[in-house]
Ligand binder design. Structure first.
Ligand code: PLP
Length: 425
């Protein structure tokens, strides 16, 4: 891959990439990365939207369909038992991945969005009433706004929003002020997809618990890049998506504390979530199956287990260090471009770099970069209130994954210089 020579960047020199992390070897695990786009080597920097899949994840689904596929939890025949065991093994891996206490606390869902909707429609409906409040922050993804808005509208409750500061950090004093005896639930992102802000969720959980309010954490952007530990965070619900952590799409995890899940009514009705059904009365299955109506994404669940294995083999701490190095390097290089404004400058950030280029619409940035083989996201990133706060219609966003390199940051830099040349007089 040809890369522009790094320019002398102003300010401090970013840390060197972590020793022992062989990103070139890692890249070989991802066949899609070898592609050329518009004749240029693909530089995939849209990892906050979704991540590419390693061979082991792809192979896990192929192996299931070639050798072990059948519906799960229902059959006494060989294939059904084999597929059920593989699926339940994936649940066990997910439990271990987030250090939850029990598989009963691990519910397979379609993804983060479904996890949040499940909690809103079950816990929320049962516990939020007229005049009550649900507290979120101003940097949430639409998936962690709209389900609560719908619930509040239905119940005559109030959606309360903790503001952010100009760096894109939650104003903790304001959040604390907004916790009241009417707060029935707090819902916050672990990491903001639009800004990269790493929120102090442990502190938020402690504040909310002191007022008796449970906390749901949207872990969509944290699970792929940070060590996530339910026993340490002590949150009540945590949810994340397989496709953002090198696993398949259409599958994710909702963690809930067992006592809460036990007390919650089921959400969807159907097969697998029942113990017995008569026309007069249905009794429900034990956890976690009570929340898993219908045939699930069997291959997806098993693929998610393979993704967890993959992350585990590289080591989540090494991944985090690698991505932090890329973020520091990219921030330093890109801020040297005249007219480039980084949106989201929190003191604690994950590997998401949102920016605007003076005088150039983000869609033009994205289109020109695409011609260079570079995939970045442009738009509001499903976080329109964040865009409103920063008074921008949209941003361009480069988000890094475990397979990205400093050389790719250099390609991005060169691509942006081209954008500037094209659009600036
Ligand atoms: C912070 C955050 N929350 C929720 C979601 C929704 O995830 P999904 O579309 O996988 O349900 C996303 C996806 O971009 C996200 O980044």
């Amino acid at each position: 891959m040809s890369v522009a020579a790094p320019r002398a960047a102003a300010g401090r020199t970013p840390a060197k990439p972590p020793a022992g992390y062989d990103v070139e070897r890692v890249r070989k695990d991802f066949p899609i990365l070898a592609q050329r786009v518009h004749g240029k080597p693909l530089v995939y920097l849209d990892n906050a939207a979704t991540t590419q899949k390693p061979l082991s994840v792809i192979a896990s689904e192929v192996a299931l369909y070639e050798h072990s596929y059948a519906n799960i939890h229902r059959g006494v025949h060989h294939l059904s038992i084999e597929a059920s065991e593989a699926y339940e093994k994936a649940r066990e891996k997910a439990r271990d991945f987030i250090r939850a206490g029990s598989e009963r606390e691990i519910v397979f869902v379609r993804g983060t969005t479904e996890g949040i909707n499940l909690v809103a429609q079950t816990y929320g409906r049962a516990n939020v009433g007229a005049g009550d409040e649900v507290l979120i922050s101003a940097l949430e993804h639409h998936s962690n706004i709209v389900p609560w808005q719908m619930l509040c509208e239905e119940k005559g409750a109030r959606l309360v929003v903790a503001p952010i500061n100009e760096r894109g950090e939650i104003r903790m004093d304001e959040l604390e002020k907004r916790l009241s005896e009417r707060t029935r639930l707090v819902a916050v992102a672990h990491v903001s997809n639009a800004l990269g802000t790493l929120n102090p969720v442990k502190e938020i959980v402690a504040l909310a618990h002191a007022r008796g309010a449970p906390v749901l954490v949207d872990g969509a952007q944290a699970a792929p890049r940070l060590r996530v530990d339910m026993r340490d965070l002590d949150c009540d619900f945590y949810t994340f998506s397989g496709h953002k952590m090198y696993g398949p799409s259409g599958v994710g995890i909702l963690y809930g504390k067992e006592a809460l899940l036990e007390a919650m009514p089921p959400w969807q009705g159907g097969g697998d979530m029942i113990r017995s059904v008569t026309f007069e009365k249905t009794t429900y299955n034990i956890l976690p199956y009570k929340f898993e109506a219908g045939t699930p994404n069997i291959a997806g669940g098993i693929g998610l287990g393979a993704a967890i294995d993959y992350i585990g083999a590289l080591g989540i701490d090494a991944i985090e260090a690698h991505e932090n190095d890329l973020l520091a390097y990219a921030t330093e290089r890109l801020t040297a471009i005249p007219g480039l404004r980084v949106i989201g400058t929190a003191a604690r950030k994950a590997a998401v770099l949102s920016f605007t280029l003076e005088g150039v619409h983000p869609h033009d940035v994205g289109t020109v970069l695409d011609r260079e083989g570079i995939a970045v996201r442009t738009g509001h990133h499903c976080a329109q209130p964040v865009m409103d706060f920063f008074r921008v219609p949209a941003t361009s966003r480069a988000s890094f994954g475990l397979y990205n390199t400093r050389a790719e940051v250099d390609v991005l830099f060169a691509g942006l210089e081209k954008v500037v040349e094209m659009f600036r007089p």
